[in-house]
Design a protein around this ligand. Structure first.
Ligand code: L34
Length: 297
């Protein structure tokens, strides 16, 4: 049976380290500030945003959630982003995705000040990532890399196969792990809906990352014996027997995969908590950048 990669526990270690850093920042008069904006009432988004705000408060980050109604106009949201861009107590901000149909996500993301873009979604930060410059790296790929390193599965020299090329997970992760850097330097294959025979590639993976967004599509027989499996999917499936009426499953069929893999990250309790820990880490980075620049100039 595969070893479980405990994302929740690794996230806790990271949060403990961040707590110390935040103490230091505060003692020099710098209180990290994070604002999370949510538009509408998507139940999953509400849960994620609540977890982000709670985690940041636990660490002593000055954190605020702004909830706007589903009918909010793009103009109104742009005004709010502008206000937060100009608020010196806000070092990091994010607008939770997805947004309602009347709002163009790219327009909103482009309006966020790149220095406060703790999601790393702004085109300037995406470009910096491609150029291997210091930047805000998107939280989920950053969390996956950190989780691999801290569980002693360094991607260096490994064949990493990523299934899914989304702008927020698959594509940035492929770029990061292919770079000639510590904790990266992997041979990367990026599979997607245009890939002819996904199994052909997944069977060659030393490290398989499933970021498809569809429940349990990666089965045990698609894996190489002894692979390390990172499951990014957080899918709700109907489960009338459960109190909530649903249960959460990953993109990987855990049962069959855990018989074949050497290690696997569970859902829940895997990549999700790591995403949140990396948001806190990016927020601390944004605050220390801001406070360093405002004290010297
Ligand atoms: N702007 N939008 C923006 N930034 C993000 O980084 C996100 N994402 C994704 C959706 N939209 C976003 C998140 O926050 C996905 N995501 C996210 C974050 C945390 C978790 C899942 C998705 C998480 O911690 N999940 C728990 C289970 C939670 C539950 O019970 O529903 C887990 O243990 O996996």
């Amino acid at each position: 049976m595969a070893k479980i990669i405990d994302g929740k526990q690794i996230a806790q270690e990271i949060k403990d380290e961040l707590k110390e850093k935040i103490k230091e920042l505060k003692s020099s008069g710098c209180v990290p500030g994070l604002t999370v904006v949510i538009v509408g009432e998507d139940p999953a988004s509400q849960i994620y945003v609540r977890m982000k705000t709670k985690a940041s408060q636990e660490l002593g980050i000055n954190s605020e959630t702004i909830a706007l109604p589903a009918g909010t106009s793009q103009t109104r949201l742009l005004e709010l982003v502008d206000k937060l861009n100009n608020d010196d107590s806000v070092h990091g901000m994010l607008v939770q995705l997805p947004l309602p149909d009347q709002i163009d996500e790219d327009v909103i993301i482009n309006s966020i000040s790149p220095e406060k873009d703790v999601d790393g979604f702004h085109p300037l930060n995406r470009g910096r990532l491609v150029a291997a410059e210091d930047t805000f790296v998107p939280c989920t790929p950053l969390g996956i890399q950190e989780m691999l390193i801290r569980s002693n599965f360094d991607p260096n020299g490994k064949h990493v196969v990523i299934v899914g090329r989304s702008k927020i997970v698959g594509m940035p992760l492929a770029i990061m792990l292919a770079q000639k850097k510590a904790g990266a330097n992997a041979t990367v294959t990026l599979c997607h809906t245009g890939t002819k025979d996904i199994s052909h590639f997944t069977k060659q993976a030393d490290i398989l990352v499933a970021a498809v967004g569809r429940p349990e599509v990666i089965k045990g027989d698609m894996l190489k014996e002894g692979a390390v499996v990172i499951d990014v999917g957080v899918n709700r499936v109907n489960a009338p027997e459960m109190e909530k009426g649903y249960r959460i499953v990953g993109d990987v069929e855990f049962e069959s995969a855990s018989k074949r893999a050497a290690a696997i990250s569970p859902v829940p309790g895997g990549v999700g908590p790591m995403t949140i820990a990396m948001l806190l880490s990016n927020t601390v980075k944004a605050a220390s950048n801001f406070c360093a620049s405002s004290s010297t100039g």
